[in-house]
Design a protein around this ligand. Sequence first.
Ligand SMILES: [Zn+2]
Ligand SMILES: [Zn+2]
Length: 144
Amino acid sequence: MQTPETHGSCQCGAVRFHLKAGETKANVCHCRMCQRAAGNAFASLLMCDDAMLTWYGTPSVFASSSIAHRGFCGRCGTPMFYRQHGGPTEIMSGCLPPDFPFQPVRNDGIESRHAWVNRIADLPDSPTREELTRATLHQAPERS
Ligand SMILES: [Zn+2]
Ligand SMILES: [Zn+2]
């Protein structure tokens, strides 16, 4: 799909990127590699051409397999991307601003998908705890 230009960041702001407007594709991956790399139940990823990305700050990388590496902020630890050698970059969607039109079209790695993931929408909703809204945040501000 066509998505607009945007800026993204790790949690602390030491590693940021600009993404040009253009053709992107979003998916969710439940494979064990993505679960551990994200420290979460799944990774939600935006695939884009490398030429669409300009990085500010240098992401740390881990060669997670012989065919790919994963980028993260070496300061705050935020997982930021997956990149297969010679392939496009897949940005972890949490690094995108909240107004970015992220529209995943496929579930990958379903052999290890946690059963509870299918029930997320059925769980009771609750806003951010009040003490957190009063805390001093060490998170880089959103920028779009
Ligand atoms: Zn950071
Ligand atoms: Zn995966």
